[in-house]
Design a protein around this ligand. Structure first.
Ligand SMILES: [Zn+2]
Length: 287
């Protein structure tokens, strides 16, 4: 169906799996996925899990990320609303299960590609269906006259974030290097706030006017600049707090500031997820 926003909404429902063994508990509505056009030939599937990029070509579809395993059927159905071609490639932006979980299904029908470090993180975390094809600096898929590039531009959200670039559309898919609410610095998997700023500067060296973030609404170039600037501002604020003698326990509360939306998001919980690693990283960099 088409909702009031003009997006195609897939209102899937499933019967709770346990009803056979227990009492029928009713029909549970899954979180709806929606597909929206980003540019001619490029769509984004929003909703549960990370945003999926859908690059349509005459010889097949290239997906960027594939959400959770349970989203596979809905993703396939939404892709079918914009193309009669099969999904032939999936580029994973990083290893997290809300972006690469669907690999367990897609590995049977498509070639999955990720950064070497993202694959290593998947293997270390015992995730199913790591990609068979990896890259280190950059790679590209050429399909149906369309070029989709994947770059490693440095650490940030993790140590294996791929920046996906659609040069003809002047659009990037940033994975969780771009987040609509507030970023998570995954220190356990090589994340770094200092690296993140440098990586964002590398992203901004690309010629683009539109960006698909890992989560949240489609961004323009100024949103990406603002994201980079807030990363610098949050780093500076943490450095000030540490210089003022703030303890690690106090930092997650004291970093909150109205001028820094990330620190206020969901009552500060978003930044708290990245502390204490963030505290330690900034403290280690102070003279
Ligand atoms: Zn992530």
């Amino acid at each position: 169906m088409i909702n009031s926003m003009g997006k195609i909404v897939l209102a899937s429902v499933f019967v709770a799996g346990a009803f056979v063994a227990t009492a029928f508990t009713g029909v549970q509505a899954q979180q709806d996925l929606t597909i929206e056009q980003v540019k001619e030939g490029l769509y984004a599937i929003m909703g549960s899990g990370g945003n999926v990029g859908v690059r349509v070509t005459s010889e097949g579809v290239i997906l960027i990320d594939d959400k959770y395993p349970q989203n596979f059927a809905d993703i396939q159905a939404l892709v079918a609303t914009v193309s009669d071609q099969p999904v032939r490639y999936v580029l994973n932006t990083h290893h997290h299960g809300d972006h690469a979980g669907g690999n367990v299904e897609y590995i049977n029908i498509a070639e999955i590609i990720a950064h070497q470090n993202a694959r290593d993180n998947m293997v270390r975390g015992n995730q199913d269906a790591p990609p068979r094809v990896v890259f280190t600096d950059q790679t590209a898929v050429y399909l149906g006259g369309v070029q989709v590039r994947a770059f490693y531009m440095g650490t940030g959200h993790t140590n294996g974030d791929a920046v996906i670039y659609f040069p003809d559309l002047r659009t990037v898919h940033g994975g969780d290097l771009l987040h609509g609410t507030a970023p998570f610095i995954d220190y356990a998997n090589g994340g770094s706030s200092a690296g993140w700023v440098a990586t964002m500067n590398n992203v901004l060296a690309l010629d683009f006017d539109t960006a698909i973030p890992g989560h949240g609404a489609i961004m323009d170039r100024s949103d990406v600049v603002a994201f980079r600037n807030q990363m610098e501002a949050v780093r500076a604020r943490m450095a000030d707090l540490i210089r003022a003698g703030t303890s690690k326990d106090q930092a997650s509360e004291r970093i909150r500031a109205q001028s820094l939306s990330w620190t206020m998001a969901e009552n500060g919980l978003f930044m708290q997820r990245s502390i204490p690693g963030f505290y330690d990283e900034i403290a280690a960099g102070l003279p």
